[in-house]
Design a protein around this ligand. Structure first.
Ligand SMILES: [Ca+2]
Ligand SMILES: [Ca+2]
Ligand SMILES: [Ca+2]
Ligand SMILES: [Ca+2]
Length: 351
């Protein structure tokens, strides 16, 4: 072949190669809009086969695939954000949870708040007379006296309405009822005489004079915040002056004193009445004239002791029961059976 012929062949091959490259897609059959020509198969195939991870030439095309507006994130290890480990925790704590905001972390986190739903319970809280362990030391009402005076026909006791303990203190001189002055002095009454109690000697001391009015069948006594004693007997209300031990009849009401009267922390005078039902009813008494308004049935009988203690009203029955009384409705709930036939009870000094 001459040099001219050789040059011609080279030019021709070059032209065909360039031409074939640009015309390759068109070298096969006519393909539809959603198809493309596969030169290996020499046939049209659906364009979506690009979704496979290989292209026409068997190469990986994963990065070429258009995944739309929400492509799957590449979670390869090198692209993972570093995990936020949070603030450093003090020794012994696994979390910093203080739901009740009392400054103590929950015990579930390794903290010292035994109740993270109650601000009145934490190691910083003061132990109070109630049914819970306020200071989180696993003891209820530890270190404080949560008892009130009560008596039978012969003996004086201190009764704890939370732990249900009793302490026998000594005898009583035939008293029909007792109550505590706001200054802490315990007074007792018979139908003719006023007494005070000395806790040091466990002795009762009678006032030098008699009451001046025979209280007859009186059976209830309550002392208000000013130091005036209210006494209920039958359908009559009396007062007793604690400075001189003299009694005065105030008036009568539509009731029959069942066994006690009480003055609440709010200064309201109540009594239990046995006038109409087999069980006692709670009656609100007007201290100025002795009239009474029915509050509601207690569904307990023989409530001969009433006490206002730590904000609640309790009843003690001749059958030895301790009951909690709702002063709004009169409804009462049995809390404990002490097995003592109670005659009377005294409120705590701060009611
Ligand atoms: Ca807390
Ligand atoms: Ca708490
Ligand atoms: Ca405690
Ligand atoms: Ca407590």
């Amino acid at each position: 072949m001459s040099r001219k012929s050789v040059w011609f062949v080279v030019v021709l091959l070059t032209f065909q190669m360039l031409g074939c490259g640009s015309d390759e897609a068109g070298a096969g059959p006519e393909c539809g809009l959603d198809e493309r020509y596969n030169p290996i198969l020499d046939a049209c195939e659906p364009a979506r086969t690009l979704m496979n991870n290989t292209d026409d030439m068997g190469e990986d095309v994963s990065d070429e695939v258009d995944m739309g507006e929400n492509p799957e994130p590449d979670m390869s290890q090198s692209d993972m954000p570093e995990e936020d480990s949070g603030p450093d925790l003090p020794d012994g704590l696994t979390c910093l949870t203080d739901l009740d905001g009392d400054g103590h972390y929950a015990i579930e986190c390794g903290g010292d708040d035994c109740d993270d739903t109650n601000r009145s319970r934490s190691p910083s809280a003061t132990e109070l007379c109630d049914r819970i362990d306020n200071d989180c030391n696993d003891e209820i009402n530890d270190g404080i006296d949560c008892s009130f005076y009560a008596h039978s026909n012969t003996k004086l006791y201190r009764i704890d309405p939370f732990k249900f303990t009793t302490q026998e203190l000594g005898s009583v001189p035939g008293l029909f009822d007792i109550d505590t002055h706001p200054d802490g002095t315990l007074y007792g009454l018979t139908s003719s005489q006023l007494y005070t109690y000395d806790p040091q000697s466990s002795m009762w001391t009678a006032f030098p004079n008699e009451l001046g009015v025979n209280l007859g069948t009186a059976n209830g006594m309550a002392i208000d915040e000013d130091g005036t004693a209210y006494v209920t007997g039958g359908n009559t209300l009396y007062t007793v002056d604690l400075t001189n031990g003299s009694a005065t009849a105030v008036g009568s009401g539509n009731y029959n004193s069942s066994g006690d009267t009480v003055i609440t922390k709010q200064g309201v005078l109540y009594m239990t009445s046995s006038r109409t039902l087999n069980t006692d009813t709670l009656v609100l008494v007007e201290g100025s004239d002795g009239s009474g308004d029915l509050v509601g049935a207690t569904n307990h009988r023989g409530i001969w002791g009433l006490t206002a203690a730590w904000g609640d009203v309790y009843g003690l029955t001749e059958d030895g029961e301790l009951i909690a009384i709702d002063s709004q409705t009169g409804a009462s709930t049995l809390i404990h059976q002490f097995g003592i036939s109670f005659y009377g009870a005294a409120s705590t000094p701060n009611r």
